[in-house]
Design a binder for this molecule. Structure first.
Ligand SMILES: C[S@@+](CC[C@H](N)C(=O)[O-])C[C@H]1O[C@@H](n2cnc3c(N)ncnc32)[C@H](O)[C@@H]1O
Length: 235
């Protein structure tokens, strides 16, 4: 059985508060602009039905939230514990309801959400089991949760490229642009730790969420896990 993550995550919201201002710029540089395409692709996979209420969890500076507007839901929630990240998101999407909270205790009513999205957020969660059972609680029956996260590609050459990128390019650019060495050390180790130790579907399934699909982007360096709540929650 795969382990879950080994890193202490208590201070990650404060860390994101510190790097909020440079987050978007660094993201685009580190991904060579591909993050924009990944978010677009992510939304296009979800454009299969109408959603009333969408909750974007670990919403950060709101780039995914902005792309999700294409789905034309009636209500959008943007949830993140970092107020500085959310303040930047508010400048991009003015109509969402912004909530400063962690995923482990979502301030949302049970069975109220049609779609939960998380992009590049789950490796920061303190408890994946608690987070996924919260997803199950707040989703309506037939509701969907879709998660995009980095993964270590299986094929040797791509895996090598992934390691070199994270070990060399990320710390250099992180230091130059955000000037916060510890934050980018954390980002690097959280990506490795997560990619090596966590089986997302395994944990989703223990939370009674049923696998719908797994998509790979950039030769498997990014994965999209999509599940559905097929059984009602009993409370
Ligand atoms: C790498 S950013 C991703 C932001 C955005 N979704 C994107 O695609 O750019 C990770 C976000 O996770 C948030 N986060 C950290 N711990 C969290 C938690 N326990 N619950 C919810 N969000 C959390 C951070 O504040 C940060 O904004």
């Amino acid at each position: 059985m795969n382990k879950t993550t080994n890193i202490d995550k208590k201070n990650t919201p404060a860390m994101f508060d510190n790097i909020a201002e440079t987050y978007d710029k660094l993201n685009h540089i580190l991904s060579f602009g591909l993050d924009v395409r990944w978010r677009r692709k992510f939304v296009s996979y979800l454009n299969i039905r109408q959603y009333d209420t969408i909750a974007d969890v670990a919403s950060g500076t709101g780039d995914l939230l902005a792309s999700l507007q294409k789905l034309e839901a009636k209500n959008y929630y943007a949830i993140d514990p970092s107020e500085n990240m959310l303040n930047i998101a508010k400048t991009k999407v003015s109509t969402a309801k912004y909530v400063a909270a962690t995923v482990e205790s979502l301030p949302l009513a049970s069975e109220s959400i049609d779609l939960i999205t998380v992009s590049f957020g789950i490796r920061n969660f303190e408890s994946l089991n608690k987070s996924f059972s919260e997803f199950h609680r707040v989703l309506k029956t037939d509701g969907i949760v879709s998660i995009m996260e980095f993964y270590k590609p299986k094929f040797f050459l791509f895996s090598l490229g992934f390691v070199i990128h994270l070990k060399i390019f990320l710390p250099i650019m992180g230091r130059i642009i955000s000037k916060d060495k510890s934050a980018y050390k954390y980002l690097q180790s959280s990506i490795f730790d997560f990619a090596e130790n966590v089986d997302v579907f395994e944990i989703l399934e223990t939370s009674n969420l049923t696998k719908l699909s797994e998509k790979k982007l950039l030769f498997g360096a990014v994965k999209i896990y999509t599940c559905k709540k097929s059984v009602r929650s009993f409370s």
